[in-house]
Each structure stands twice: as structure tokens, then as C-alpha cells.
Design a protein. Structure first.
Length: 488
């Protein structure tokens, strides 16, 4: 509204400014008018009526914004819970691993000098012509006796059996067998069936044993309560960034877990790359099962459920050939993840079952939560980081650079702490390993921006394949014979 001043001119006021004085102003002869009259437009032009679907649009907009808000809150809550659980697990695992390393240093080992059972090494092979001879040679170089080596060619389509025959035919300690293709479990079972040794040492055909590995494995079996022993697998072909990332993972994830869980007797997998078993226990369990893609993990869980201990021998070192491309890595890890999921489901009745002790309350929950569930929700951390960067940009547009810089510093500090915890844990794990290349620890910072995403994706694929009922065979990778003994 407007009214004329005594000295001329017009002053514009809102109805709120005038309040109860409107009548008194009119009484004084002042002329009041509306903004629409001043603008020369009608009231409906200034304030057009809402369209018929306005209520629906308003409902949809409010619902959409509320849904986005709830999703964001849910993601933050899930991420916070995952962070707390992950940090608690990390502290627990590191504490147990450090204690195990210290206890191993000062504890008196079981007297294994008089324990020299006959050992049969079983090597299942499928299309391994590039690497299998070197594997057998590393076994022949072991000083343990009595020792025999059984190599089972599982219907290879390359020259695996031919190169083995040419190199080791007639060797007094090497026995060669060939069978139609039936999978890794069937090849292992044939080797166990033909074995004469009391102890079975199994390793993949692309793996090279360091000196003294078989002695170290057998020494743990001097304890009659121990049914199987997991060795210390290391990446032997650290030739590029992908294989170096895996070298870090083997140390900071797989081996440090075995250190910790060995104290609790819930090591859930004796790795196919290096492990030892009592032969009669394999036979009593019906052999390596072909119902899962993780036959080594499946048999480990069977032994734990039957009350046997599974030990960890950190000085039983084997160097394996890791995939050297992200595509090959994804193929290998899909098989591992799918097999882990199969084993967890197969033994689900032991979950939180007091009858199975630490296996039911620590080992299996660790598989379900941290090996299967966490990789599915871990991308939330990356999504929240990207969303935070988007919010920083929005703050810059709406409030200027000063407020945006403050928000960016908060995001960077939070993520830096996240990376720092990862890095510190990696450094500790590296120092727990003797003769390990500690300079690799800095690559942990890069892992989160490429390697981890591949790991997330393969678990998603494995879960999807399981829901569809799809399975896989050997999941064969192309071998290149690039393993270097002592790569650590």
C-alpha cells in the first residue's frame, strides 16, 4: 500500500507495517492502494490460483525429499555401525595377532624332533604346463623325509602331463597320475587315495615352497589335538601394482586373521596354496567335497566341527602366482567368494551354536559379517564420500567459498582418519611378518580407490550367482610362471 507524504512523494508500506493504524490513516485523508493496482494487474495475475494437481505435486515433493532424507540418514547410520564394528574387529584382530606373534617367540614349541611321519604331497593340476615342474622341483628340494610327491593331472588340455612325464618319469619320489576332468576336489581325492603317507600336504600347481616349509607344517601336527595346519601363503609374482596390492592383502587380511584365530581355534580355511592334513581325517570326512568351490574351507570347517584344532604355521611359507590384471583377479575372487558363500550356507547350522564353541560364535559370524555382508555395504563409504563432495559444491554455490572450504576440510579430515586407520593396521601387520617388504605399506592408501572396488563387485556377483543357483568349475587362470621365491 502507499500513502502521500506532506512534502510530496509517495511512501510504500505493507499491511503489516500499518497494522491497526489503517483506519486512522484513512480518517486523516490518506489514500491507500494495493500493489496490484500500482502494477496495473489483477489480483489473480499477481497470485494465480493453484492448479488442480497442486496438492498431489506437493505430496510427491514432500515425500521425495523425506525419502531422500531417510535414505541419507539410513546410509549414515549403517556406515556408522559398520565403522564401529569394523574398528572393534580390527583392534581385536591386531591385539590377538600381536599376542600370537609374541607368544610364538617365547613359548616352547612342542617337541617335534622325534615326530617324523611319512608325508605325501598332493599336487592337483589342470593346464599348468608353464609352472608345474618348478612346483615339483621346490618339493624335491625340501629336506624332509620320508616324503613322496603325487601329482594328479585333472584332464588338462595343454601339455601338463607331457612335461611332467618328461621331467620326472621314473623318479623314486614322484608319482604321476592322469584322470578325466572332474574338478579340483576330485583330483585331490585321487591323490589322497593313492597316498602312502600319514600326513597329506596339499598345494596348488602354481605354488613354490620355500625351504623348510614341510618341516614347519609337520611340526605343528606333533600336537595330537591338531588335525590340520594352515601355512603362510605369499604372493610370489610382485611384478605390477595389481599383484603388489594382493601381496598386501595376503599379509594384512588373510594371514593376520589366521594368526589371531589360531589362538581361538577358529581358523576357517587351510589354504589350497599351503596346508597339511592328517590323512585319516580326510578319509573319515569323505574326502574333499565337490559340492562347493572352496573344498579346502569346507573340509576345514568339518574338522573344526568334529572338535579338531586347526593350527597356523607362519614359518611354512609358500609363494603363489597371483593374477596380474584386475580382470583375472575378479575371476579368481569370484570363485573364492562364491565358494565361501557356499560353505557358510552349508554349515549355517553351526552359527551361534554353543556346541561348536568359537567356530559358532567367532569363526562363522566373521565369515557372514566381515567376508560377505561388509563387502556388500562397504561401497556406502565411497558413496557417502562422493555425496559429501557434492554437498561441498552445493555449499559453494549457495553460501560462497568460505562456508564450502569449511565443509571440505571436515570431509577431508574424516576420510583421512579413515585411511590412516587402514594404513596403521597394514604397517602393524607387515611388521608381524618376518622378511616381509614393509615398503609396500604405502600402497594401502591407493588400494581404496581401485582394488577395493573390485573386491566389492565380486562379492555382489557371487551373491547374485548364488541366488540364481549358478555354479562354476576350476575357474582356471592363465599361468605365466612369474613366481620369485623370497619375493617378500
Amino acid at each position: 500500500m502507499s500513502w502521500s507524504l506532506a512534502g510530496g512523494g509517495t511512501r510504500y508500506l505493507s499491511v503489516r507495517d500499518l497494522g491497526p493504524n489503517i483506519d486512522s490513516l484513512r480518517a486523516r485523508g490518506l489514500q491507500l492502494t494495493t500493489v496490484t493496482d500500482l502494477a496495473g494487474i489483477s489480483r489473480d495475475q499477481a497470485m494465480p490460483p493453484l492448479p488442480r494437481n497442486a496438492a498431489l505435486r506437493r505430496f510427491m515433493e514432500l515425500t521425495s525429499f523425506s525419502l531422500i532424507g531417510w535414505i541419507e540418514l539410513g546410509m549414515h547410520t549403517l556406515f556408522l555401525v559398520a565403522m564401529v564394528l569394523g574398528f572393534a574387529r580390527l583392534v581385536g584382530i591386531l591385539g590377538l595377532a600381536i599376542f600370537q606373534r609374541t607368544a610364538r617367540r617365547f613359548a616352547r614349541r612342542a617337541d617335534a624332533k622325534g615326530y617324523r611321519p611319512a608325508v605325501t604331497v598332493v599336487v592337483p593340476a589342470y593346464n599348468e604346463e608353464q609352472v608345474v615342474c618348478r612346483t615339483v622341483e621346490s618339493l624335491l628340494a625340501q629336506e624332509y623325509a620320508p616324503l613322496e610327491i603325487v601329482v594328479v593331472d585333472d584332464g588338462s588340455t595343454d601339455r601338463t602331463f607331457e612335461v611332467l612325464t618328461a621331467a620326472f618319469r621314473g623318479h623314486p619320489r614322484v608319482r604321476l597320475f592322469r584322470k578325466p576332468n572332474g574338478g579340483k576336489a576330485s583330483a585331490l581325492n585321487l591323490g589322497v587315495d593313492r597316498a602312502t603317507g600319514e600326513i597329506i600336504v596339499a598345494l596348488d600347481a602354481d605354488t613354490v615352497f620355500a625351504a623348510g616349509t614341510i618341516d614347519a607344517l609337520v611340526a605343528r601336527l606333533a600336537d595330537p589335538r591338531v588335525g590340520a595346519v594352515a601355512g603362510n601363503a605369499k604372493v610370489g609374482n610382485r611384478i605390477n601394482l595389481v599383484t603388489r596390492w594382493q601381496a598386501i592383502e595376503y599379509v594384512t587380511s588373510q594371514n593376520i586373521d589366521r594368526r589371531a584365530f589360531a589362538l581361538l581355534n577358529c581358523v576357517t580355511v587351510v589354504p589350497g596354496a599351503v596346508g597339511a592334513w592328517r590323512r585319516h581325517l580326510i578319509l573319515e570326512a569323505g574326502g574333499f567335497s565337490g559340492t562347493t568351490l572352496a573344498e579346502d574351507q569346507d573340509l576345514t570347517l568339518v574338522l573344526l566341527r568334529r572338535g579338531w584344532r586347526v593350527a597356523y604355521a607362519d614359518d611354512a611359507i609358500a609363494f603363489t602366482e597371483a593374477p596380474d590384471t584386475l580382470r583375472a583377479l575378479a575371476k579368481q575372487r569370484f570363485r573364492w567368494s562364491f565358494g565361501t558363500l557356499q560353505c557358510a550356507w552349508k554349515h549355517r547350522d553351526a552359527l551361534f551354536n554353543p556346541r561348536y564353541g568359537t567356530l559358532g560364535f567367532i569363526g562363522l559370524p566373521n565369515i557372514w559379517i566381515f567376508q560377505l555382508l561388509f563387502p556388500l555395504v562397504s561401497p556406502i563409504a565411497d558413496l557417502l564420500f562422493l555425496w559429501s563432495l557434492l554437498e561441498v559444491y552445493m555449499n559453494y554455490v549457495q553460501h560462497g567459498p568460505e562456508y564450502a572450504v569449511q565443509s571440505l576440510l571436515q570431509v577431508v579430515m574424516f576420510y583421512s582418519v579413515f585411511l590412516a586407520v587402514d594404513w596403521v593396521a597394514a604397517v602393524i601387520a607387515m611388521f608381524l611378518e618376518r622378511s616381509e617388504d614393509r615398503s609396500l605399506a604405502w600402497l594401502v592408501l591407493l588400494q581404496r580407490f581401485a582394488y577395493r572396488q573390485v573386491m566389492y563387485w565380486v562379492v555382489v556377483q557371487a551373491v547374485g550367482a548364488a541366488l540364481q543357483g549358478r555354479a562354476r568349475g576350476w575357474g582356471k587362470l592363465i599361468r605365466k610362471g612369474t613366481v620369485s621365491v623370497g619375493a617378500g
